[in-house]
Design a protein around this ligand. Structure first.
Ligand code: HEC
Length: 119
């Protein structure tokens, strides 16, 4: 008991158990790999179940029926909050993302990945 109390006080001071991800985008990459890759290639334009997300940030939607010129931060946030609220008959259906997951995925997608040509 005594030891664990002391450790729990000490670890934050040492910075251990605090920094798991270097930044939001790095965490967002992990979230995207788990939550998006079942249906999307992240770095290819080709279709998996949904369209490829290559260079998605700030590019024009390839899908019909969404009221956006570009997939910017606001558009992606609305879409990832609830695709059906944006496009009632969309086939993108997934369990909700938490607010943190959403903003970290967007931070990841907004990074320039033009030098990445893998899935
Ligand atoms: C269950 C499969 C599925 C999952 C999981 C999924 N999507 Fe989709 N997504 C789709 C489908 C299908 C479409 C096409 C929707 C339509 O045409 O209405 C789509 C469309 C999109 C589009 C529009 C692409 C464009 O170029 O216009 C974006 C952006 C998008 N998804 C992002 C994501 C992100 C980011 C994730 C992970 C957080 C994700 N999706 C998870 C199936 C999925």
């Amino acid at each position: 008991m005594r030891v664990s109390v002391k450790l729990s006080l000490l670890l934050p001071v040492l910075g251990i158990c605090q920094t798991v991800y270097a930044n939001d985008a790095e965490r967002g990459k992990v979230v995207a790999e788990v939550r998006c890759t079942p249906c999307h290639h992240l770095h290819l334009a080709s279709v998996r179940i949904g369209p490829g997300l290559k260079d998605i940030f700030n590019r024009k939607p390839v899908i019909e029926g969404v009221p956006y010129e570009r997939w910017d931060e606001v558009a992606l946030d609305q879409w990832l909050t609830n695709p059906r609220a944006v496009k009632p008959n969309t086939e993108m259906v997934m369990p909700p993302l938490s607010g943190r997951d959403r903003s970290d995925v967007i931070a990841y997608l907004r990074q320039d990945k033009s030098d990445v040509d893998q899935d």
